[in-house]
Design a protein around this ligand. Sequence first.
Ligand code: BG6
Length: 488
Amino acid sequence: MSQTAHPFDMIIIGASGDLARRKLVPALFNLHQYGALPEGRIFAVARNYDDPEGYLAKLRDSSEEQLGTSFDAEHWPDFISRLKTSVVDATEKKSWSMVANALKKHPDRIRVFYLATPPSLYGDISQTLSEAGLVTGTTRIVLEKPIGSDLQSAEDINRRVGEFFEEPQIYRIDHYLGKETVQNLMALRFSNALFEPLWRSQHIDHVQITVAETLGMEGRGDYYDQAGALRDMVQNHLLQLLCLTAMEPPARLDQDAIRTEKIKVLKSLRPMGIEDVKRKTVRAQYRPGVVEGKEVEGFHQEKNIDRKSTTETFVAVKAEIENWRWAGVPFYLRTGKRMGHRVSEIIIQFKTVPHLLFEDQANRLQDNRLVIRLQPDESIKLWLMIKKPGSKIVLKRTHLNLNMADTYEGRRPPLAYERLLMDVIRGNATLFMHRDEVEEAWRWVEPILQGWEELGTRPRIYSAGSWGPAESIALMVRDEREWLEHLV
Ligand code: BG6
């Protein structure tokens, strides 16, 4: 990455929040300490800072926490000299005057407004930025997910923001698309002759996508109680993973071609009627339990959570794609807070061999499986059957393992936000979502939300530190399958 190209000014709106602290500032600092952040300034603006003096110290602590041993304290003072904090009410034109004066010094720079605020403010903030004269020809606006809380609100936001910014200026971020292994999924699929012929219903039994977190609310109760796991994770991250797994090869590696293929997948998702919601979805909430050896409280005891809240912290869904490639291949999606381990992976489970040659070994035979792991470690494993050494034929399961840390020893993969923030600065929108994608995803998700409401059932429960409620296991057992986390 060139340091000299693309001088920029980035204005993080909502800088006192969790996202700026936990993800954005550590990513920017990491780029800075590796000399990869172009010349430029960062304006951290917030309506108020609970503890203005302690704010920078908090940013340092969380950068250190996120980056671990890669955090080099020597670079921190220099980084902080590039960051200015300002108290701004982003929906008040007058409130912008100081930042506006500072921005005027470099009117030609790439200007990036990063909206790390509740999505309900995106329209008003866009309008204010425009009226305050802050939107130049080189301005880009980044919208964090979730865009809206249902289809209608997503359309409203897209329309309002669209009144003040052209579509190419709008970067809708889904940080899962910036993860190294997610991009590797495309490389794996589209640059190996091996997989494409197998990547279809004739050879694949089903696909599992799991994003399990050990974290609870982390002080985000206010937001999360309104959102829940379906809006927070499934509508965006999990559906994006599904799209990249299921899409047809794009004609080119550019944003339009990829987006077109992803939208086709979203449009092919079998709509969820009320019966589907009843049979193919599970929602649940965690109760107190033990996560990684530590006792933790239940969802209802967390700060800013309504004691009677019915918001789900876990979802499992059986999704079906109605097209030639995927007919009859279910995609099981699952995500939850406070689960047993932090793990995100996509598992492609292949079908059983058509004829059993080693009949006496039938009970040992296990189907091939491709496991694409996004975190905590990044790896791609292909499970195969081989013969154990010895005079008799005894089958054994083993795997080919492409572990990124071992393969690229000493090479640090960029954090998802590093990659994406640099893409915004460079003007590369390939890994960002178009408004049509966001709206299409809502179109599939919304009936699930409505179905839960209509059915009026309460969320199931699971103990913190477990793998979700019994009903999630039942969802698989009914199809004579099982979740594979403990097997890989
Ligand atoms: C965010 C969600 O988009 O993704 C959070 O709002 C979640 O609730 C986070 O914790 C997970 O991201 P990652 O990169 O830690 O898996």
